[in-house]
Ligand binder design. Structure first.
Ligand code: G6P
Length: 360
């Protein structure tokens, strides 16, 4: 096991550090756009697209769904597999169901897939484990090529899932003239910068460690953001719950005043994601709201604009809008990891959790 960890103290950290390489692998595999024509065929006569998964895979679907919603005419729905399978979701032959799963074996995701097929939907799998049950049962599988993920908490799989979906959707959007050449090239160029940018962020691990130490006594985390950032907060809070067992909530920043503000006090750390230029002012007032109730604020942003109102700051390199969740998440992974380490948690095998949930 020590050899497999390749010098890292935990599999989770090793897997976090594999991300630049994985981004490169996904890029090498999907850059040529070979899959685009097949995709076009699968999207024919489709008026509704579902992104289905559990846990981190579900959150990856949210990030991709946002892109789909922007450029495509189809109605986009994101659903947790365990809800989808018991719901009255309108799934028929004009639906495309995209199931996302690292293991390809998650029981609820598999059941959701089978239900979708039974109702006549076309199905795509975004899967990591080659030849897994879900990979075999979907109409078309796209592998995320992230290699084995051992740590129970998913890290590199998320990056592989989001990036694979973004490549596929950009190709399709380009092929169908939904985005122009310029937009398309801008995405490809930005994606090619990612490995270097993630490496740079990983080099700042000691800064994240210092932040974790500073907030070691925090009893409650809030992750807040708007739009795409909100989806990233979900994954940020999940990581902290999973491996550090710290109560962590994620909230669309505008919802704070509808209840959660009552929970905020000096022992709260608010992680504020602010990567949408149009919503900076809104995020600023949300940050002020929590600060005036005693919370400390860790800002994660591409811009320095809100550093004055925040206590700590982690800067995200400039990239294309839809790649931001990948970068934000690298810091969130490091933060959860460092908090869990300080609390001496069993990082790779957190209590009560399993890597692959094959029972219902
Ligand atoms: C478990 C794991 C999570 C993972 C989820 C979905 O809960 O602990 O890390 O996100 O299952 O797994 P899948 O293999 O379907 O992506």
């Amino acid at each position: 096991e020590e050899i497999q960890k390749n010098g890292f103290p935990h599999f989770m950290l090793k897997e976090i550090y594999e991300q630049p390489k994985i981004i490169q692998t996904v890029t090498n595999n999907y850059l040529n756009g070979n899959s685009a024509s097949e995709l076009k065929e699968l999207f024919k006569d489709i008026n509704r697209v579902y992104f289905i998964g559990c846990g981190t895979a579900y959150y990856a679907g949210l990030a991709a769904g946002a892109l789909m919603e922007k450029y495509f005419p189809q109605e986009v729905k994101n659903m947790v597999a365990s809800e989808f399978r018991y719901s009255e979701a309108k799934v028929d032959e004009h639906s495309l169901v995209i199931v996302i799963s690292q293991s390809g074996e998650t029981a609820d995701t598999l059941a959701a897939l089978r239900l979708a097929k039974k109702r006549g939907a076309k199905t795509i799998g975004i899967i990591n484990v080659l030849g897994s049950t879900i990979a075999r049962e979907v109409d078309k599988v796209f592998y995320t090529l992230t290699g084995p993920e051992i740590a129970v908490a998913s890290t590199k799989a998320y990056t592989g899932q989001v990036l694979t979906l973004l490549y596929l959707l950009h190709y399709l959007a380009h092929l169908e003239s939904r985005i122009g050449e310029e937009k398309y090239r801008a995405f490809i160029n930005a994606a090619q910068q990612l490995p270097g940018q993630v490496t740079m962020m990983l080099d700042a691990i000691s800064k994240v460690e210092d932040i974790a130490k500073k907030y070691q006594a925090v009893t409650h985390f809030f992750f807040i953001g708007r739009q795409l950032d909100y989806y990233s907060t979900l994954e940020g809070a999940l990581k902290l719950k999973e491996i550090a067992y710290i109560p962590s909530e994620s909230y669309p920043a505008g919802e704070l005043k509808h209840g959660p503000l009552a929970m905020i006090d000096e022992k709260t750390l608010v992680v504020a994601l602010a990567n949408n230029d149009n919503l900076m002012m809104k995020m600023e007032s949300n940050i002020r709201e929590v600060k005036s109730r005693g919370a400390k604020v860790l800002l994660i942003s591409t811009s320095r604009q809100l550093t004055e109102v925040s206590d700590d700051f982690l800067q995200i390199p400039e990239t294309e809008e839809y790649l931001i969740p990948i970068l934000v998440n690298v810091y969130q992974q490091l933060l959860a990891y460092q908090m869990a380490k300080l609390l001496s948690r069993d990082i790779d095998k957190p209590r009560n959790l399993a890597k692959s949930v094959t029972v219902e």
